[in-house]
Design a protein around this ligand. Structure first.
Ligand SMILES: [Zn+2]
Length: 320
C-alpha cells in the first residue's frame, strides 16, 4: 500500500471560533459541500448499492456496503487536524491541517481540494454575532511524506494552478523508519514512547478502552492496515495475527502511562446526532525485549492513524 499526504495552510479572512475539536468542524464543512454539490443521492435515506459503488463522494464519506473480503469499512482518507491549541483565529492568522489518501487514489484529491476551498468560503466553527461562521482561504498546499519529511509544493502561494506533485509514502519508507526507530530503541533500553496527539478511541470486545493498554492498540493498528491494504491497496497481505502479531504484542509491558481521557463532542451529519469523539491523549511508554515484529506496523499506524473517527482527525500519534 501507499499513502499520499497533503498539508493545507489556510489563512483566516474573518474571525474563526473553533470548538475544542477542530477536526470535526473541518470535516463537517467539507462533507456538507461535497454531498450537496457532487452526490445526487445526498438526501436519500438509503442509496442503491450501484450508486454507492460508483459515486466518489459516497466512497469518500458514507459508503455502507460490507467489504467483500471481510473486515471493517475503511474510508479512503484520514484527517490530521490542526494540532495547535489555539481555537480563535483573527483575520490574517494561519493554521494548517492535513489530509491523507490511502492507496494510489489521487482521483479523490481534486474533490478534497474543492471541499477545503468551499469549507473556507462557507465558513467553519461557531457562528459569530453576524450569524456567519469564520471564513478562510487556502494559502498553500504541499504534498508531504510524513516519514521522510520530503515536501513537494502542490499549490504555491498566490498561484491558481494546482501541480500534480506527490510525495508518496511507501512500504520502503516505512521499513526505513522502522529501522531508524529500532536503532533509537537500542540506545534507549528498548523503551518506546507513543504520544497520542489527538483522541485515541479504541473499542475492545464492545467496550471503550480507557487506559493506554498496548495490546488493543497494536491489534487495531494491524487490523486497520490490513483492511486498508485490502480495500485501497494491492490486497490483504498474508498475515496471521495469532501467529505473527499477538505473541510479540503480548510480550510488551507498560512502563509509564501519562495519558488522560479527553471528552469532546462533535456532530455527525451522517448519523444526524451528536457524537462522542472523546479518547486518550498524552503519552505512554512501553518496554519489550524485541520490537522487530511490531515496528513496521506501528510506523504504518503513525501514517494512517488508528481507532474511531480518523476522518474527523482522531487517532494521530507519534513514536519516539
Ligand atoms: Zn453518492
Amino acid at each position: 500500500m501507499i499513502a499520499h499526504h497533503f498539508r493545507f495552510l489556510v489563512t483566516a479572512e474573518t474571525p474563526i471560533f473553533f470548538h475544542d475539536f477542530k477536526g470535526s468542524a473541518l470535516r463537517g464543512a467539507m462533507a456538507g459541500y461535497l454531498k450537496r454539490t457532487y452526490c445526487p443521492e445526498w438526501r436519500a435515506e438509503k442509496t442503491e448499492p450501484l450508486h454507492q459503488a460508483l459515486c466518489p463522494i459516497c466512497q469518500l464519506l458514507s459508503y455502507e456496503l460490507a467489504p467483500e473480503g471481510g473486515g471493517d469499512i475503511r474510508r479512503p482518507f484520514a484527517l490530521r487536524p490542526p494540532l495547535t491549541t489555539q481555537n480563535v483565529f483573527t483575520p490574517g492568522e494561519s493554521f494548517d491541517f492535513g489530509l491523507t489518501l490511502f492507496g494510489n487514489q489521487l482521483i479523490y484529491f481534486p474533490y478534497l481540494v474543492l471541499a477545503v476551498q468551499a469549507a473556507g468560503e462557507d465558513g467553519v466553527g461557531v457562528r459569530g454575532e453576524n450569524g456567519r461562521r469564520g471564513r478562510f482561504r487556502i494559502a498553500r498546499i504541499d504534498a508531504v511524506n510524513l516519514l521522510s519529511g520530503a515536501t513537494q509544493p502542490v499549490l504555491a502561494p498566490g498561484a491558481t494552478t494546482v501541480q500534480t506533485a506527490t510525495a508518496p509514502i511507501t512500504h520502503e519508507d516505512v521499513f526505513q523508519a522502522a529501522q531508524a526507530l529500532k536503532e533509537q530503541l537500542q540506545r534507549n533500553a528498548m523503551h518506546l514512547t507513543v504520544e497520542f496527539a489527538t483522541p485515541l478511541r479504541l473499542i475492545q470486545a464492545g467496550h471503550i478502552v480507557k487506559e493506554a493498554a498496548f495490546f488493543p492498540l497494536m491489534k487495531q493498528i494491524v487490523l486497520r492496515v490490513l483492511d486498508l491494504c485490502a480495500q485501497h491497496g494491492e490486497g490483504r497481505p498474508d498475515i496471521v495475527l495469532k501467529r505473527d502479531i499477538f505473541p510479540a504484542a503480548d510480550a510488551v509491558s507498560p512502563v509509564a502511562d501519562e495519558t488522560r481521557w479527553w471528552d469532546v463532542a462533535g456532530y455527525s451529519s451522517r448519523l444526524g446526532r451528536e457524537q462522542r469523539l472523546g479518547g486518550l491523549i498524552g503519552k505512554a511508554t512501553y518496554w519489550a525485549e524485541n520490537w522487530d515484529a511490531l515496528l513496521p506496523w506501528l510506523v504504518w499506524g503513525e501514517v494512517v492513524q488508528v481507532g474511531k473517527n480518523v476522518v474527523k482527525g482522531c487517532g494521530v500519534y507519534q513514536l519516539s
